[in-house]
Design a binder for this molecule. Structure first.
Ligand SMILES: NC(=O)c1ccc[n+]([C@@H]2O[C@H](COP(=O)([O-])OP(=O)(O)OC[C@H]3O[C@@H](n4cnc5c(N)ncnc54)[C@H](O)[C@@H]3O)[C@@H](O)[C@H]2O)c1
Length: 284
C-alpha cells in the first residue's frame, strides 16, 4: 500500500466511482464513498457485491480479500472526506459541477490531502485552478470496467507537483494498475487516439469502403483490437463520442472534425446500447 496514503475517499458512486472504490478497498486502503443519491448507493453496493462474488467464484479473491474488498463506508455528505489522504472525484463531466464539489470538500480536507479527478477529457489545469490545491491536484483516468481494465492514465496539470504524481502512481500500482504519465492535452493519449480511429471508421462506412461488421472484424482479427470501433462506440454512446470529437476538433483542429454520418446517427437518436440501437440493433 502507498505509504503516504492510508485513506481514500471516492466521490460519486456511478459507473466509475463504484469501480474505483472496489479497487481501493481491494488494495487495502480505508475506503469511503460520498454519493448524495440513495439509489446510486444501493446500486453501487449491489454491483460491488456482484464483483466480489464473481471474483470468489473464479478464484481471483480468497475469503480475506473478498471481505477486504467489500469493506467500504458509504456516506452522503462532504464531511465524510475528513481524514482522507486522497480524494478521487468521479462526478459527472462538468467544470461548474466539479468546481462546486471541490469548494464543498475544501473545509474537510487536510492541507496535505491530494485531490484527483477521473475526468475523461476536461483540462486538469482548469479544474485545479478551481480547487484550493493546484500543486496537489492531478488527473487519475481509470477505464470502464475499472476492476478489469489495467491502465490508469495520470495527467499532470500545469502546477501538479512531482510528489503528487509519485504518490498517485504508487496508489494506482497498489490497486494493481499500470500507469502512463501524460502532460495535459485534449483527450490525453487514450481518448484522442480512440476518437480518431472511431471517426475514421464512420468515414469509411459512409464512403462504402466496407460494412460495419467487416470494419469491426478487420480491426479485431487483423489488428488485434479486442473490440471493433463500432462495437466500442455503441458501448461508449454515440452522443458521448460526438461531444469528445467536437471538443478535440475545437482544440486540436481539422483532423478531428466529426464524421457527418456519426452526426446523423446522433440526430436519429441512435445513441448506442443504452437506447437499444446505435450502429447495430440490440432490440430483441
Ligand atoms: N463512464 C465511463 O466509461 C468513464 C470512463 C472514464 C472516465 N469517466 C469520467 O468519470 C466521471 C464520472 O463518470 P460516470 O460515468 O461514473 O458518471 P455517472 O453519471 O455514472 O456517475 C456520477 C455519479 O456522481 C454522483 N454525483 C453527482 N453530483 C455529485 C456530488 N456533488 N457529490 C457526489 N456525487 C455526485 C451522481 O449521483 C452519480 O451517481 C466523469 O468525469 C466521466 O467523464 C467516465
Amino acid at each position: 500500500m502507498a505509504a503516504a496514503v492510508r485513506c481514500i475517499t471516492v466521490v460519486g458512486a456511478g459507473i466509475m466511482g463504484r469501480g474505483i472504490a472496489f479497487a481501493a478497498a481491494r488494495a487495502g486502503f480505508e475506503t469511503r464513498v460520498i454519493e448524495p443519491s440513495a439509489k446510486a448507493i444501493d446500486s453501487a453496493k449491489a454491483e460491488v457485491e456482484k464483483i466480489v462474488a464473481r471474483g470468489k467464484e473464479k478464484g481471483e479473491l480468497d475469503a480475506a480479500a473478498a471481505e477486504q474488498a467489500g469493506r467500504i463506508a458509504w456516506a452522503t455528505a462532504a464531511d465524510a472526506a475528513k481524514g482522507s489522504d486522497l480524494v478521487i472525484e468521479a462526478v459527472p463531466e462538468s467544470v461548474p459541477l466539479k468546481a462546486d464539489l471541490y469548494a464543498k470538500l475544501a473545509p474537510h480536507l487536510a492541507p496535505s490531502a491530494i485531490l484527483a479527478t477521473n475526468t475523461s477529457g476536461l483540462s486538469i489545469t482548469e479544474l485545479a485552478a478551481t480547487s484550493d490545491r493546484a500543486p496537489r491536484f492531478v488527473g487519475m483516468h481509470f477505464f470502464n470496467p475499472v476492476h478489469r481494465m489495467r491502465l490508469v492514465e495520470l495527467i499532470r496539470g500545469l502546477e501538479t507537483s512531482d510528489e503528487t504524481l509519485a504518490v498517485t502512481e504508487e496508489v494506482a500500482r497498489a490497486m494493481g494498475k499500470e500507469t502512463v504519465v501524460v502532460r495535459e492535452s485534449p483527450g490525453f493519449v487514450t481518448s484522442r487516439i480512440n476518437a480518431l480511429i472511431g471517426n475514421e471508421a464512420f468515414t469509411m462506412l459512409e464512403a462504402g469502403v466496407a460494412s460495419a461488421r467487416d470494419i469491426d472484424k478487420a480491426l479485431k482479427l487483423g489488428l488485434n483490437h479486442p473490440m471493433g470501433p463500432f462495437e466500442m462506440v455503441d458501448l461508449v454512446g454515440l452522443d458521448t463520442r460526438l461531444s469528445i470529437l467536437e471538443y478535440l476538433h475545437r482544440t486540436l483542429g481539422e483532423k478531428y472534425r466529426p464524421s457527418p454520418l456519426l452526426v446523423q446517427y446522433v440526430k436519429a437518436g441512435r445513441l448506442g446500447r443504452k437506447v437499444g440501437r446505435g450502429v447495430y440493433d440490440y432490440a430483441g
